[in-house]
Design a protein around this ligand. Structure first.
Ligand code: ADP
Ligand code: MG
Length: 140
């Protein structure tokens, strides 16, 4: 387990650079935390850190986005937001199994909307609101 304290959104992006070095192709990173905790802000920083930027496709509006990456073993980042999902059955339409690849990092917001059996996360990042803009970010 590893913990960071972020004082603002810019710091969260810097922390994402550090965390990028701890991730590998094939990882499924779940992002836990309340609305506004910084999960999407973190993901933008992470995609940038992995050399991405170009959104490849958005097959289901903003629910699932794919980004190119130039990291040593992560060539693709798939970002999923389960916020509007109610159960695994609804999420099945995303065909997540097709996205699990050795060259791919899957990052999922709102993992609590689906079961752990469905997502099968390899790493968990928890975002907690502290005072004001401060956030505690814990990797486990
Ligand atoms: P989530 O995806 O968890 O709902 P977002 O990343 O979309 O959260 O939104 C977080 C909001 O909080 C943004 O407006 C961001 O600018 C702001 N913010 C303030 N402090 C921080 C921080 N330390 N880390 C991340 N975001 C922060
Ligand atoms: Mg979000």
């Amino acid at each position: 387990m590893k913990t960071w304290i972020s004082k603002n959104a810019e710091e969260t992006a810097l922390i994402a650079r550090e965390i990028a070095d701890l991730l590998h192709g094939g990882d499924v990173l779940e992002l836990e935390g309340d609305l506004g905790a910084g999960k999407t802000t973190f993901t933008k920083g992470l995609v940038a850190a992995l050399g991405g930027g170009a959104r490849v496709k958005s097959p289901t509006f903003t629910v699932m986005n794919e980004y190119e990456a130039t990291h040593v073993d992560i060539k693709r980042v798939v970002h999923i937001d389960f916020y509007r999902f109610n159960d695994d059955l609804e999420a099945m339409a995303l065909a997540l199994e097709d996205e699990r690849r050795a060259d791919t990092l899957i990052v999922a917001e709102w993992p609590s909307k689906v079961s752990a059996d469905f997502l099968r996360p390899t790493k968990t990042l928890r975002f907690e609101h502290l005072r004001g803009d401060e956030r505690r970010i814990t990797l486990s």
